[in-house]
Design a protein around this ligand. Structure first.
Ligand SMILES: NC(=O)C1=CN([C@@H]2O[C@H](COP(=O)(O)OP(=O)(O)OC[C@H]3O[C@@H](n4cnc5c(N)ncnc54)[C@H](O)[C@@H]3O)[C@@H](O)[C@H]2O)C=CC1
Ligand SMILES: CC(C)CC(=O)C(=O)O
Ligand SMILES: [Mg+2]
Length: 365
């Protein structure tokens, strides 16, 4: 199969984790006989440096005509305080591609129980997915402005239609899984949350097999560490989903482990790890590349329907963890810390080795 992928490495550790991910995709290309045409474009701080714009029109155009988009991360202290911020480029590309549903799976990886801050017993059977609304809410609402030296305003606005489409996606996902949907809001205080709850209850009538519960966001933050196994699909608005999913990354042991898919009704999906540009470790070959690589696996599965290929990557990730190759963020042994590049090499070695093993099995059966 031939596919066109636009690659937006971004800033900080973005280019570092993207470099390894492209090597993994090369290994997939040769093992499964595909052709991925990769076009790199600027976004974020590097785009500001190059063009004065965190999202140049050429980047938007290239993303829109591709089959899928892979993004590393944007931002960093270099651009703090500037009028144009790298993060504006990220928000705008999500809006341009209309990727309103951000799917963030959270599963405990067995070998990482020694590093995850929760007790091992709490990690058993955790398999939850966030569906975060991504193109509305307080990150986008107008007015959004600083008023003189003492006042500032942000606006949390939702239209019913924006809620309906993301809630529907969450119901469809829950119906295909453990059939439980937790809708997280702050309906005891926020008008937008009351509308959100109303839409969830109306949509629920079309999915009688899915058990629905409403949970206030402050309680949800607590329940995620008290008993994460109670959740199946969690649907929530943009900012709550942003914050809760970083919290939930500790179920895996590190923010560097979490992948995501940002999906629209039609058009290319945008695949990005949950973490940011991690300026504190950028340039040191220390970043965990697995969140980015697992995002590429989500791209293969969701945008290209390449399930075997995505399975192969996920299996290799599990094997690398089983073999105890870990970057510093997930290492419990300071004397055995792998670099970003070493983790990628171990992964590729397993992808190739498993392919050779599969060929041998074919020959001998
Ligand atoms: N999607 C994106 O592009 C995002 C961008 N950002 C931006 O990133 C910059 C830094 O933000 P922070 O709040 O520090 O969040 P961050 O997610 O970049 O880092 C938080 C902490 O997690 C660690 N970490 C993150 N990813 C890691 C990885 N792959 N391997 C090992 N450790 C990892 C970092 O070293 C840091 O200690 C800011 O400019 C922020 O706006 C933040 C979140 C998402
Ligand atoms: C610019 C931010 C909204 C990025 C972020 O933290 C995220 O999407 O998770
Ligand atoms: Mg975030």
């Amino acid at each position: 199969m031939e596919k066109a992928i636009t690659v937006l490495p971004g800033d900080g550790i973005g280019p570092e984790v993207m470099k390894g991910t492209l090597r993994v995709l090369k290994a997939i290309e040769s093992r499964f006989h595909h052709r991925f045409t990769v076009t790199e474009m600027p976004i974020g701080g590097n785009a500001i440096d190059e063009t004065g714009n965190p999202l140049p029109p050429e980047t938007i155009e290239q993303c829109k005509k591709s089959d899928a988009v892979l993004l590393g991360a944007v931002g960093g202290p270099k651009w703090d305080g500037m009028e144009q911020r790298p993060e504006q480029g990220l928000l705008r590309i999500r809006k341009e591609l209309n990727v309103f549903a951000n799917v963030r799976p959270v599963k405990a990886f067995g070998p990482l129980a020694d590093i995850a801050p929760l007790k091992p017993a709490l990690l058993e059977n955790v398999d939850l997915v966030f569906v975060r609304e991504l193109t509305g809410g307080i990150y986008f609402g107008q007015p959004k402005e600083r008023k003189g030296s003492d006042e500032a305003v942000d606006t949390l606005y939702y239209h019913r239609k924006e809620i309906e489409r993301v809630v529907k996606k969450a119901f469809v996902l829950a119906a295909s899984r453990k059939k439980k949907l937790t809708s997280v809001d702050k309906a005891n205080v926020l008008e937008s949350s009351k509308l959100w709850r109303e839409v969830v209850d109306e949509t629920a009538k079309h999915y009688p097999d899915v058990k629905v519960e409403h949970m206030l966001v402050d309680n949800a933050a607590m329940q995620l560490v008290r008993n994460p196994a109670q959740f199946d699909v969690i649907v929530t608005e943009n900012m709550f989903g942003d914050i809760l999913s970083d919290e939930a990354s500790m179920i895996t042991g590190s923010l560097g482990m979490l992948a995501s898919a940002s999906l629209s009704e039609e058009g290319p999906g945008l695949y990005e790890p949950v973490h940011g540009s991690a300026p504190d470790i950028a340039g040191t070959n220390a970043a965990n590349p697995l969140g980015m690589i697992l995002s590429a696996a989500m791209m293969l599965r969701h945008s290209f329907h390449m399930n075997d290929e995505a399975d192969a990557i996920e299996l290799a990730v599990q094997e690398v963890l089983n073999a105890n190759f870990r970057t510093g963020d997930i290492s419990s042994n300071k004397d055995k810390v792998s670099t970003t590049d070493q983790v990628v090499e171990q992964l590729i070695y397993r992808l190739e080795d498993n392919a050779a093993a599969a060929t041998l099995i074919e020959v001998y059966v």
